[in-house]
Write a new protein. Structure first.
Length: 238
């Protein structure tokens, strides 16, 4: 079912004749900017119908009250600037002073707003009482756990048994010997493979194969007391 047309506002008074003409002229002079008939009629809330507004504005332009300008298919009307009342210098100075005062007040309000916004952002980033309670509980649990780790040290209890220490020594010796053996095998085969190659080509071949040599840190470790002949990891720990 088609919707019914919107009923007219019973309080709206449609102006006609001289009243409509005066209303249109008053509005355009007050706004002092270009308008089309559609905009004027809409801004007057339909007090002057669109068709009547167009005719009134054309008539006012013929009288010299308005200036008519056409851009393409659109026509605009603006108040004739020659008919506008000049503002006295003292009134103009007073208006400029008001503008300056309002502008300074706006700047002050802007600074206050910025300060309040910063304070609000700070408050929003502050943990709530509930969140603080959770964080305090977590911190207390961590402190309790850390104290539990310190108890054996305070009591003089060994952190590692003799059997575990001996196993570490054995593992260290085993895997270091394995590493030394594998390095020796690699160096032997690499020498055979690159013996006939110039040093530059041997370096390029190693790069292509993605070989990684011991770094300076590895060399320093190998020359240190940890890897010295007869050194045992377990002896250093006892």
């Amino acid at each position: 079912m088609a919707s019914k047309a919107k009923a007219a506002d019973p309080k709206l008074v449609v102006l006609k004749g001289k009243e409509a003409e005066d209303k249109v002229l008053e509005y355009i002079r007050k706004m002092n900017r270009p308008f089309g008939a559609v905009d004027v009629s809409a801004n007057l809330k339909g007090a002057v119908p669109k068709a009547a507004t167009q005719k009134i504005m054309v008539a006012l332009a013929e009288k010299g009250d308005l200036v008519q300008k056409t851009y393409g298919k659109t026509t605009f009307f603006v108040a004739n600037q020659a008919n506008l009342e000049d503002i006295p210098s003292d009134r103009l100075a007073a208006l400029e002073a008001d503008v300056k005062r309002i502008d300074e007040h706006n700047k002050s309000l802007g600074a206050d707003l910025k300060s309040v916004a910063a304070e609000l952002a700070k408050l929003k980033s502050t943990p709530t009482d509930k969140e603080l309670a959770v964080e305090v509980k977590k911190a207390a649990e961590l402190v309790h756990k850390a104290r539990g780790h310190l108890e054996p040290l305070r009591a003089g209890t060994p952190l590692i048994s003799a059997e575990e220490n001996a196993q570490l020594d054995a593992d260290w010796t085993r895997w270091r010997n394995e590493w030394v053996r594998r390095r020796k095998v690699f160096n032997t085969f690499w020498s055979l493979a690159t013996d006939a190659l110039p040093p530059q080509q041997a370096t390029e071949l190693a790069d292509d194969l993605g070989l990684e040599y011991d770094t300076a840190e590895h060399g320093a470790l190998e020359r240190g007391t940890l890897c010295a002949a007869g050194s045992v990891l377990g002896k250093r720990r006892r």
